[in-house]
Design a protein around this ligand. Structure first.
Ligand SMILES: C[S@@+](CC[C@H](N)C(=O)[O-])C[C@H]1O[C@@H](n2cnc3c(N)ncnc32)[C@H](O)[C@@H]1O
Length: 404
């Protein structure tokens, strides 16, 4: 057995052990498709490590990558592909995921994959030929529009992050089809598998947490990350409809810590993004993630934020002349809510109450969510936790809604 084959077998074994690969079909596909041929500039070791590999950067921004194998496996399981199905992928990238899907649908199925950049499509075509999967249909175009020429599709899958559920994707789904996409819901990116019902509503079959590069082009949506200064302090808004009260006031309040309330909980990075983070943002759309990167990440102030992939982050609720933020020390002690600037202890008490409700609901995360999406023009199902996207309403259930 060659070294690439051995590395691939080790990768699939590890993904099985971790529960990312659950079915024999996905295991077979990932054992067969040679990921290293889709990453010709990487070593075999890099190609089979469980990491995303960035393949295109412009002005310091990553525009394309081969997604992390764990995430690829999670999404293939969510897709539940069957032989003979027609699939549309938006975000061809290296072509690796398209090749895996081609294995899963077999010769009777069709995989069409769209990327917005011609150079990426040309490279993906070369990788697919090298890997012996020339049957994937590659298209250069803006995936926000789908690819109507090949519709209807049994599956439409985005491997790039969306802030809206475009009507084109739903219109191009076959009856009973499944749309799988990394969807931004109040600041948390969720990989949501949505089944199209006869009533036009889409209901989630599964939800997982994820972190994808953002969609470019017509469906890019509004930027939700705003710089607070030049040192690396940023605020990421949960809801693009809400604007941060006053950036200078927020940045100034950061240097004016006030009273604290202790919480009976300690937070991990995942809690900030899609567990407690989403819970708070559903109750308080003004919530923002306070991020410290670069120089700011190494500052004493940032030391009390939660460590996430080389940066520090936390959740904060703005008030008049400041905000209340969740902080915790690296020593393992419980988190606290701290007032910054002019805000009074009642804001901290409000945040503490929301955290207590999340703990009382047994700390739900993305996998505990049930989403129902009503595209514009369909009947909106009743429910309390509704998030408005430009083209659809998302009803979020299973999180026990916080008390009014
Ligand atoms: C994370 S990569 C996809 C990884 C890919 N599936 C693979 O297996 O290598 C995201 C891709 O989405 C593409 N993309 C971004 N905006 C797009 C759009 N509007 N339409 C189509 N592709 C887009 C990027 O160019 C990038 O190649």
């Amino acid at each position: 057995m060659g070294s690439a084959q051995e590395a691939r077998a080790r990768m699939v074994d590890a993904l099985r052990r971790d529960g990312r690969v659950r079915t024999d079909a996905v295991a077979r596909a990932m054992s067969t498709v040679p990921r290293h041929l889709f990453l010709p500039d990487s070593t075999v070791e890099t190609a089979y490590a469980d990491n995303a590999v960035v393949t295109k950067v412009v002005d310091g921004v990553a525009l394309s990558s081969a997604s992390q194998p764990s995430m690829v496996a999670i999404m293939l399981e969510q897709l539940d592909l069957r032989p003979g199905q027609r699939v549309l992928e938006i975000g061809a990238g290296t072509g690796y995921n398209a090749a895996l899907m081609a294995q899963l649908v077999g010769r009777a199925g069709v995989v069409t994959s769209v990327d917005i950049d011609e150079d990426i499509v040309v490279a993906a075509a070369g990788h697919l030929v090298a890997a012996g999967c020339p049957d994937v249909v590659l298209v250069t175009g803006d995936g926000a529009l789908g690819h109507p020429a090949g519709a209807p599709y049994d599956r439409v899958v985005l491997t790039v992050g969306a802030a809206d559920l475009r009507p084109e994707w739903v219109a191009q789904l076959a009856a009973g089809g499944r749309l799988l996409l990394p969807l931004r819901v109040r600041g948390s990116q969720l990989s949501v598998a949505l089944d199209l019902g006869a009533d036009g509503l889409l209901r989630s079959a599964s939800v997982r947490s994820c972190a994808f590069i953002r969609l470019r082009g017509e469906g890019a949506g509004e930027e939700q990350v705003v710089a607070l200064d030049d040192e690396g302090w940023w605020a990421e808004l949960a809801d693009p409809g809400t604007s941060l009260p006053d950036r200078d006031a927020i940045r100034g309040a950061l240097d004016r810590p006030g009273p604290e309330t202790t919480l009976g909980v300690r937070l991990a990075g995942a809690d900030v993004w899609d567990g407690l983070g989403l819970w708070l943002a559903l109750a308080e759309p003004t919530v923002f993630r306070l991020l410290a990167r670069d120089a700011a990440a190494a500052s004493d102030t940032a030391a009390e934020l939660v460590a996430i992939a080389g940066a520090r982050a936390t959740l904060a609720v703005p008030g008049v002349g400041g905000f209340a933020a969740i902080v915790q020390d690296d020593d393992g002690g419980p988190a606290r809510v701290r007032c910054h600037g002019d805000v009074g202890p009642e804001l901290a008490a409000h945040v503490a109450g929301l955290v207590a409700a999340w703990v009382g609901a047994e700390r739900p995360h993305s996998a505990d969510l049930q989403l129902t999406v009503s595209p514009r023009g369909t009947v909106r199902p009743p429910g309390r936790c509704r998030v408005e996207l430009p083209s659809a309403t998302v009803l979020v259930e299973h999180l026990r809604p916080p008390a009014p």
